[in-house]
Design a protein around this ligand. Structure first.
Ligand SMILES: [Mg+2]
Length: 654
């Protein structure tokens, strides 16, 4: 029986009733119950009592077990939470300690008597002491007498609850003075009262600020003042000149063909050249003058306190002479001259802005006059500049008002009179009725970049018109479109040509791009790359105005062109007995050897035509055949030119 009750209790306490269920049947226990039940009614009561006691014991044990389990769980939770709080406090203390120790600013605590009660490494270091030494000191040991009264006054205010920032001189261990920016406040935590302060060496900040200011105001490459610094200094000089009634001058200096150096030898050589140029110019000016680099290869000099213009001329001559000698840069022999423009205060302007603009204009005049020289600004330049600005404004309007038109000049086979195609020529019809030929506006359009939208319009229009001719049955006429150097340097040019072809639906081989020799002046390789990209579209390329420019016969074989157009200058000379006359057969022969077609431009007489025919020139264009005609006159021209009676020339259409 005892074993039964024991096993029963153990099973309940363990929470595993199965253990009880698995107790093997005990014959003696079974027999005991059987005996009791088989006796009398009292036996039943005894049985009921035993059952009640067992059940009560079971319930009590169950209740005890649940209570104990809950208590254990709560205890575990409390232990975990306490551990978390302790870990949080530990990390927080560690973070604070690290922040305190590693802060770049000095941090110090002192009690209200001035005794230092805490300091970090930076504070100790900025005074030249160890932490242990600092902890034995009083703040008064560190303050220089020169600022002691000032500090005392500030601290008394801090003790009243103010938070203050101020500067004070501290004495370092080696006796030197450290000027510090201090931010300090009064802290009360419970019974503890103390003052905390943050210290920063202001000498370091001032040095850093000075360095940043120098960087912001100087040119990193040459170490000269930059544009910002120059404008500031020059403004002061002009104000001084105004007060004293003296003259001063602005010299705008630009290196000639500097871009060639960057393109052919690389930017590192270009940079060395700029540094060398800056050094050369610095030797040409007085200590009180200002030399600055505005950007790229543009330098500017302000000469102050001049008696007269001769001083400016003298300096410009010295600069020119300095540049007028070969120099070796990064192992390369370079001969790079400079063009200088001069504007004098107050004669050429009273405002710095005007003087700079006028010196720039004069510099461009020096370049236009052949470079390697200097020019004083004058009224004519001013008028030219004003006129250019006017043309630029009108050109912008013209684009909006659609004042441009294309005229077409035919190109005809020399031997058979077959029409090769047309050259599209731009005309500007102003709304006031005036006609402007390209010579009157192309240079301004190129300078201002307006050539790109104007050229784009012309290209689209020429393609559209030729497609119209194709649709009318003239299926193999080539439309030649002039491209300026500025357009060819434009990065999206190839995309623009493709776009014009796609829009119009013109076959690429029916479009020809005419480029001039000036394209090859700056970089032959870059120009060849652009032309190859154009030819890759299937578009033809022709070299225009051949013989007047740079390319010469030497470079001809390198150029990806299909034809060349001999300049009208040679054609005019052809009937005369001159050296130029002798050039034509040579040009034509060479072109044919290079498998290029030759087109003569500006043919105006039958004699010229005959001579060209004798020299086996392939095509010609010019007034002898037809002047440039309007789009609506082209069908009539074609109708007459394609008739069997056509002889290669027609009367100009009035
Ligand atoms: Mg042309």
């Amino acid at each position: 029986m005892l074993r039964f009750v024991g096993l029963f209790m153990a099973g309940l306490l363990m929470g595993e009733p199965l253990a009880f269920a698995q107790i093997p049947a005990d014959e003696r226990v079974v027999e005991f119950f059987r005996e009791i039940l088989s006796k009398d009614a009292n036996a039943h009561w005894i049985m009921a009592l035993i059952t009640l006691i067992v059940l009560t014991a079971f319930l009590l044990i169950l209740l005890l077990r649940v209570t104990v389990k809950r208590k254990i769980k709560r205890l575990r939770q409390e232990i975990n939470e306490r551990k978390k709080v302790e870990e949080h406090l530990r990390l927080s203390r560690l973070r604070y300690q690290t922040l305190f120790n590693k802060a770049s600013d000095g941090i110090m605590f002192m009690d209200i008597s001035g005794k230092i009660i805490g300091a970090n490494e930076s504070f100790a270091k900025m005074h030249g002491y160890s932490i242990d030494e600092i902890m034995k000191m009083d703040i008064r040991d560190l303050i220089d007498p020169s600022t002691a009264a000032h500090v005392q006054e500030r601290l008394s205010r801090v003790l009243k609850g103010e938070t203050l920032q101020f500067e004070a001189n501290h004495i370092k261990k080696d006796g030197s003075i450290s000027t510090q920016e201090i931010s300090t406040s009064y802290i009360a935590i419970g019974d503890e009262h103390f003052i905390q302060s943050f210290h920063r060496d202001s000498a370091e900040r001032k040095l850093l600020e000075g360095q940043l200011l120098t960087i912001a105001r100087s040119d990193a490459l040459t170490q000269l003042p930059n544009r910002v610094c120059f404008l500031e200094k020059a403004g002061l000089e002009l104000a001084h000149a105004k007060r004293t009634g003296r003259q001063c001058a602005i010299l705008f200096v630009d290196l000639d063909h500097f871009k060639n150096v960057n393109d052919t030898l690389g930017h590192s050589v270009g940079d060395e050249l700029l540094k060398d140029s800056a050094a050369k110019m610095a030797t040409c000016i007085r200590g009180t003058d200002i030399l600055a680099r505005l950007g790229g290869d543009e330098f500017v000099v302000l000469l102050n306190d001049l008696e007269n213009e001769q001083g400016a001329q003298y300096t410009a001559e010295r600069i020119r002479e300095k540049f007028n000698a070969p120099r070796v840069i990064a192992g390369h022999d370079l001969f790079i001259t400079a063009s200088v423009g001069i504007a004098v205060y107050p004669h050429d302007g009273e405002l710095l802005e005007d003087l700079l603009k006028n010196a720039d204009t004069a510099m461009y005049a020096a370049k236009a006059s052949g470079r390697n020289m200097f020019c004083f600004f004058n009224q004519v330049m001013h008028e030219n500049a004003a006129s250019k600005m006017h043309v630029e404004r009108c050109l912008r309007d013209a684009l909006v008002k659609k004042e441009f038109a294309l005229f077409y000049q035919p190109i005809v086979g020399m031997a058979d009179g077959r029409i090769r195609g047309f050259e599209a020529l731009l005309r500007w019809f102003k709304t006031d009725g005036g006609l402007v030929l390209p010579d009157g506006f192309i240079s301004v359009a190129e300078e201002t970049g307006l050539i790109v939208p104007i050229g784009e319009w012309a290209l689209h229009e020429a393609c559209r018109f030729n497609k119209k001719l194709v649709d009318a049955g003239y299926t193999d006429l080539v439309m030649s479109v002039n491209m300026s150097v500025a357009q060819l340097r434009w990065k999206n040019l190839v995309g623009m040509i493709k776009n014009a072809l796609d829009h119009s639906g013109l076959r690429p081989e029916l479009l020809e791009v005419e480029v001039t020799e000036s394209l090859f002046i700056e970089s032959l390789d870059a120009a060849v790359d652009v032309l190859n990209a154009i030819r890759a579209l299937g578009v033809q390329v022709s070299l225009d105005d051949f013989g007047t420019g740079y390319s010469s016969l030497v470079h001809l074989h390198k150029l990806p062109i299909g034809s060349l157009k001999i300049d009208r200058f040679f054609i005019r000379e052809i009937a005369k007995d001159t050296d130029e006359n002798a050039m034509i057969p040579a040009i034509i022969d060479l072109a044919h050897k290079l498998k290029l077609e030759v087109i003569a431009e500006g043919v105006e007489t039958g004699v010229q035509l005959e001579k060209l025919l004798g020299n086996r020139c392939d095509y010609y264009q010019g007034y002898f055949l037809s002047k440039p005609i309007r789009a609506d006159e082209v069908p009539l021209f074609l109708a007459r030119a394609c008739s069997p009676k056509f002889t290669g020339s027609i009367a100009p259409i009035k």
